[in-house]
Design a protein around this ligand. Sequence first.
Ligand code: SF4
Ligand code: SF4
Length: 440
Amino acid sequence: MFKEKEVGIKLPRNKERTENKPIEIKKPDEFLYFPVHGRLGRNAKIFVEVGDKVKIGSVLAIYYFGNIKINITSSVSGEVVGFKEVDTFRGIQDAVIVKNDFLDTEDLMEPLKDDATVADLVKQCREAGLIGTDNSLSTNKQFSVRKGEISYIFINGAECEGYSTAFSRVLIEYAEEIVKIAEYVRKIYDSKLAFITMVEDDTEAVEAINNEIKKQKLDKVIGFTIPNLYPQDDSGFLIRKVLKSYKTSESYSDAGVLFSDVSTYKAVYDAVFKGLHFKERVVTVTGDIVKNPKNLSMRTGTLISSLLKECDTPINSENNYIDGGPMMGRNINDLDSPIPKQSSTILALPPLKKRKESACVKCSGCVVICPVKLMPIKIATAYRKRQYSKYLEYNSLECMDCGLCSFMCPSCIDLAREVREYNNKVEELRDGKNQKCAIL
Ligand code: SF4
Ligand code: SF4
């Protein structure tokens, strides 16, 4: 349907250990930790005190991001027993600690009707604790656009990195719910089409979704497949397949797109049709040292160490623990931190051989491989020389952080990290100049 030159590389496939394992529900822990996305008293306001009783969906804190409010909600019922600093990818944050009473008490919300408006949907998702669940839903513009301003809905179930099977299992096991919510949201925004994106060799998921679309007799929900070439599952890539001119630095809503992943949409389904609060998400725990890899449905606020133990994973400081895949994932600093709300994979690998960096041999490999046609070595050089004003000339903000340049470099230069740090500095300088809050 949408033809363009296929870009990307085929990564080694390591999904065999979990792809046929049904989602298992992890028994919630006794203590859950809810980071409040910001330093206490700065970006977030905590609404509970030690001793307060909470239910599933109770608002523990509100995080303020520009003019949006993001509810931080409890995933269990119980009692607030304290506060703790936790080390997350967004830095050290205060977290509310809830002691689980294992009763799962919840005041359900009123499900939405068929004639719900955009405002109703946004309100339901906010109350469910869903706004801010993934990067795409964390911006105000993304969800709070007016009817008619969104042309395409994207529900991403494609995973081209070698290990994760969480999206695939959600597509297979919740095909009916995903297709139903796709059409529901499409209608609310009066969008032209809703795409459910999948990797073409994920045949069971593709079949499940396509059969469901036929069963529900929908002609505006499309099962859209991509080749298993990394990083074609990236949001920018997927959107560009439809809107040829889309730039990574452009916001989704400015491009007329609403983009999120299947796990988030499963939670949107639960909020819309069942009135449930957001409390759980499917995560694949896998990797060479994991003895019993699984697709686990776990409560938000669960510690990473608890997930690893559940899958019989040895824990020691020599191994590598990564949130995400081997290409785009981030090393986890503290295993006793709660798993981020948007995570879908925890990877545990044995110690990696250290690669020694040497001088650039000018092979052009990083330039040829870059899917958005950047010159990573030039940006890395500008980073080392602190030439931040060059970002426009080098178009550095278009970087999608895919890691291919580092992967490719024969001199073992970690170009992707240097480009990322260069862009972080550029954003920081621009935001300081404009006195704006940094974009997450
Ligand atoms: S990480 Fe490297 S290869 Fe990937 S988009 Fe950025 S500069 Fe290009
Ligand atoms: S891939 Fe590495 S060695 Fe080749 S041009 Fe880029 S930085 Fe230099």
